[in-house]
Design a protein around this ligand. Structure first.
Ligand SMILES: NC(=O)c1ccc[n+]([C@@H]2O[C@H](COP(=O)([O-])OP(=O)(O)OC[C@H]3O[C@@H](n4cnc5c(N)ncnc54)[C@H](O)[C@@H]3O)[C@@H](O)[C@H]2O)c1
Length: 265
């Protein structure tokens, strides 16, 4: 149970809110007093998150990579709650394929959601925050893969490294308006995105061997870091990526032997 009410009365828009980390972020920010707009391209999932929170939450169906969708979503937040204080960009997709095998379509899908989606979302959010004036904060969800290369993850790693840099540029440009921008870099986190990996004993062990904390993150671990960055406790924190990974980024990113099959000769 949460013991603080750091976000009382603030309005928070969370993308990717229908599952995993985004869902946990909505729950945590609401527990700390924020009113929540749960955004996901999966309308039913967004609704489920908003319903679980209760009267202080509502759902929006939108695609983060679509400019019109995100402009409409931010306009709806303002219509409903009058302002936007906190934006968390957590929507993301994964894909695993070696560089030499990656189809253009796969590369584009990951880039569209994971990187372009953060650009499109944060542009719409920042315009509203500038227009309304006063302090506000954007938190983008990156990954340890922003700095740790992983085999089979060219598109994902490149997109997340882009999120890290995009967050820093945004922090620089928006600081004069009192808007902070930070990122959280989760390590392996137990969500539907990595369910198949965690269900594979050899892949799971390869990851666990490289997580000093000895377990994957829970979505709530990531949400706690986001709540800190969104709160006034982080009033002097901007342009930083906070890695929440049980120490994994001090270690080597696992080599998954199965991906190497046929590579050696
Ligand atoms: N799970 C991990 O191990 C892990 C590790 C590091 C970073 N991350 C990042 O955390 C974020 C959340 O991932 P998760 O593990 O909770 O995944 P998840 O698959 O459980 O949830 C992702 C959510 O994003 C939504 N989404 C996907 N594309 C969208 C779009 N175009 N527009 C709107 N919504 C969209 C999905 O419908 C889903 O509800 C992602 O950015 C992911 O890259 C996850």
């Amino acid at each position: 149970m949460i013991h603080v009410n750091r976000l009382e009365g603030r309005v928070a828009l969370v993308t990717g809110a229908g599952s995993g980390i985004g869902h946990a972020i909505c729950t945590r920010l609401a527990e700390e007093g924020a009113r929540i707009v749960a955004l996901d391209r999966d309308a039913a999932a967004a609704n489920a998150t908003a319903t679980a929170i209760g009267d202080d939450a509502y759902a929006v169906a939108a695609d983060v990579a679509n400019v019109e969708d995100m402009q409409r979503a931010v306009a709806e937040v303002v219509e409903r709650f009058g302002r936007l204080d906190i934006a968390v960009n957590a929507a993301g997709v994964g894909a695993s394929s070696l560089l030499v095998d990656t189809q253009m379509e796969t590369w584009q899908r990951v880039m569209d959601v994971c990187l372009t989606g953060v650009f499109v979302s944060s542009q719409a959010q920042a315009r509203q925050m500038i227009a309304q004036g006063g302090p506000a904060v954007i938190v983008n969800i990156a990954s340890t893969n922003a700095q740790q290369p992983g085999e089979g993850l060219a598109a994902y790693c490149a997109a997340k490294a882009g999120v890290d840099m995009l967050s820093r540029v945004a922090a620089l440009e928006l600081a004069p308006y009192g808007i902070r921008v930070a990122a959280v870099g989760p390590g392996l986190t137990d969500t539907p995105m990595v369910a198949r990996l965690l269900a594979n004993p050899s892949a799971r062990d390869a990851f666990l061997d490289n997580i000093p904390a000895g377990r994957p993150a829970r979505p709530e671990d990531i949400a706690a870091a986001v709540a800190f960055l969104a709160s006034d406790d982080a009033a002097y924190v901007t342009g930083q990526t906070l890695y929440v990974d049980g120490g994994a980024s001090m270690m080597r990113y696992p080599s998954l032997a199965s991906r190497r099959a046929g590579a050696a000769a």
